[in-house]
Write a protein that binds this ligand. Structure first.
Ligand code: C2E
Ligand code: MG
Ligand code: MG
Ligand code: MG
Length: 288
């Protein structure tokens, strides 16, 4: 079918399919090796509290530098890790590094920082109903569980089995915070907020893209922020890239923002510099 569409002879199509499969397999092997050698690193993106004008949280984002292909996007290699059964060990590495770095930051003058860690659906399919492995790492670095935020996607909540819920609940009962990532990109955005307790809702960046110039989008975003706040949850807006967007959000009373305008994800040393530089508040005046 696809071969016909491309107007290529079937032979060469099959050959290129084989080549693609081979490359994918190679990538999986390389990823397995990189995880084993602990070659994956973390970048941290600051999340600002607009009210205090300070960095309140960090999002931990995994990075993979492939010797041949260069920087590979997690949007590409996370699914690869899931396919290859590597997501558990990848997740363990991410958790370890993020907790280690948060502990370092908290004890070097930034005691109030929180760390937000992404977790994919498959990472909840473990035989660890009490999530004790997670809690052990948090304890190992003497962190307060309430400084750890777990980011899950809408689809996990939508599809979540009882087992998923039990594990999520276990983490929450231990004091960890729960965030919905990329909110609004799934199917039925609002209903499950009633039935599933979350602490934080991260609104997907597609909602902010045309703000404030598109009136429909502005009204929609304003409405979502109000609903989430009224439910007693915090709101983070992702993907803030312009001053106009930031001003709009500040006027709407949205407390937390994340995006390239304020900072890209940073390697640990750059992050420390950034935090030092902004210790006394945002160097960027918010409301014009
Ligand atoms: P996400 O969790 O929604 O993370 C936010 C993504 O948006 C990051 O991409 C970040 O670099 C990007 N971003 C932040 N601000 C802006 C902005 O102003 N404009 C634009 N255009 N983009 C912005 P990144 O690091 O490439 O990660 C992509 C996705 O990969 C993440 O989306 C997350 O779903 C997944 N991911 C990343 N790290 C991990 C991890 O450690 N574990 C798991 N399970 N998934 C991860
Ligand atoms: Mg995230
Ligand atoms: Mg997100
Ligand atoms: Mg995303």
């Amino acid at each position: 079918f696809a071969a016909k569409r491309l107007g290529r002879p079937l032979d060469s199509y099959c050959a290129s399919m084989r080549e693609e499969v081979r490359q994918r397999h190679q990538m999986q092997q390389d990823l397995a090796e990189a995880i084993k050698q602990e070659q994956l690193t973390m970048a941290y993106q600051p999340i600002w509290d607009n009210r205090s004008g300070r960095v309140a949280k960090l999002e931990a984002l995994v990075r993979w530098y492939h010797p041949q292909w260069g920087q590979v996007s997690p949007a590409d290699f996370i699914p690869l890790a899931e396919e290859a059964g590597l997501i558990q060990s990848l997740g363990a590495l991410v958790l370890w590094q993020s907790c280690r770095d948060l502990a370092r930051l908290q004890s070097s003058g930034f005691p109030e920082l929180q760390m937000s860690i992404n977790r994919s659906t498959l990472e909840f399919q473990t035989i660890d109903p009490q999530a004790s492995e997670w809690l052990r790492v948090i304890e190992h670095f003497e962190l307060n569980p309430s400084d750890i935020i777990i980011e899950i996607t809408e689809s996990l909540l939508m599809e979540s089995s009882d087992q998923h819920r039990i594990r999520i609940e276990a983490l929450r009962q231990a004091g960890c915070k729960l965030a919905i990532d990329d909110f609004g990109t799934g199917y039925s955005a609002l209903t499950y907020l009633r039935t599933f307790p979350v602490d934080l809702v991260k609104i997907d960046r597609s909602f902010v893209r045309h703000i404030p110039f598109n009136e429909q989008d502005s009204l929609l975003l304003d409405g979502i922020i109000n609903i989430v706040h009224n439910l007693g949850m915090q709101v983070v807006i992702e993907g803030v890239e312009t001053r106009e967007q930031l001003n709009f959000l500040c006027h709407k009373g949205c407390a937390f923002t994340q995006g390239y305008l304020l900072s890209r994800p940073l390697a640990f040393d750059d992050l420390v510099n950034y935090l030092e530089l902004n210790r006394n508040g945002m160097s960027l005046p918010i409301v014009s």
